[in-house]
Design a protein around this ligand. Structure first.
Ligand code: DC
Length: 206
């Protein structure tokens, strides 16, 4: 069984995907981390994330980079969003994600284009979303918890910019697959959101 979990940044899709993987005993891939690694590698190379050639060269990042905590920073998230616009980058990362989705027994993948491009045949597709204000608040709480001092308004601005870039890019833009179940977590706590997602998968599987 393939479960595709898509949605904008800080919507709770990562938490939900991880919980679904644990609940249904499936391996999980956070595909955003691959784009973040490319963004970080461009930064390390002193390249330009808006240059397709620089971004493509950075797709050869070493796997150890995927473990680096710095990938979770807002700055690297912004770089990831910029490199993800290039079709060359998306093509370079496609096979790795596709192979993960097709492994025997199935998998859970979360990202922006799992249900639309990476695994359109997924048995279950969830599109997890929440209001911009709520997503900014969650990201701010997460940052504060990690002792990172950043104004809420700045996070909100970043999220709006990132959404616009992810939604408006020509190649594999962020959007719910027509057969995806939309889960709005604005008024849900963590546990309620997970429960709703598990219930949605159960329903889909009949
Ligand atoms: O989910 P995230 O915030 O870690 O993703 C970082 C960026 O990577 C996001 O702004 C767009 C890009 N991305 C993508 O284009 N396609 C995916 N499947 C996952 C992430």
């Amino acid at each position: 069984m393939i479960i595709a979990v898509d949605g904008p940044t800080a919507s709770g899709k990562g938490t939900i995907a991880k919980a679904l993987a644990a609940h249904f005993g499936l391996p999980h891939l956070d595909t955003g981390l691959l784009y973040r690694a490319v963004g970080r590698q461009v930064q390390l190379d002193g390249g330009d994330p808006d240059s397709p050639a620089d971004a493509l060269a950075a797709c050869a990042f070493g796997d150890a980079l995927l473990e680096d905590e710095i990938l979770r920073s807002e700055e690297v998230g912004g770089f990831a969003s910029r490199v993800s616009v290039h079709p060359e980058v998306r093509a370079a990362l496609y096979q790795r994600q596709r192979a993960f989705a097709l492994q025997p027994g199935g998998a859970v993948l979360d990202g922006r284009d799992i249900g639309t491009v990476i695994a359109p045949e997924a048995e279950v597709k969830l599109y997890v979303t929440a209001s911009v204000q709520e997503r900014a608040r969650r990201r701010w709480l997460e940052m504060t918890g990690r002792d990172i001092d950043i104004p809420l308004a700045e996070i909100e601005r970043d999220i709006v910019a990132r959404d616009a870039r992810d939604i408006n890019r020509a190649d594999a833009p962020l959007r719910a697959a027509p057969d995806a179940l939309v889960l709005d977590t604005t008024h849900f706590g963590r546990e309620a959101a997970i429960e709703a997602a598990i219930e949605a998968v159960r329903e889909r599987l009949g």
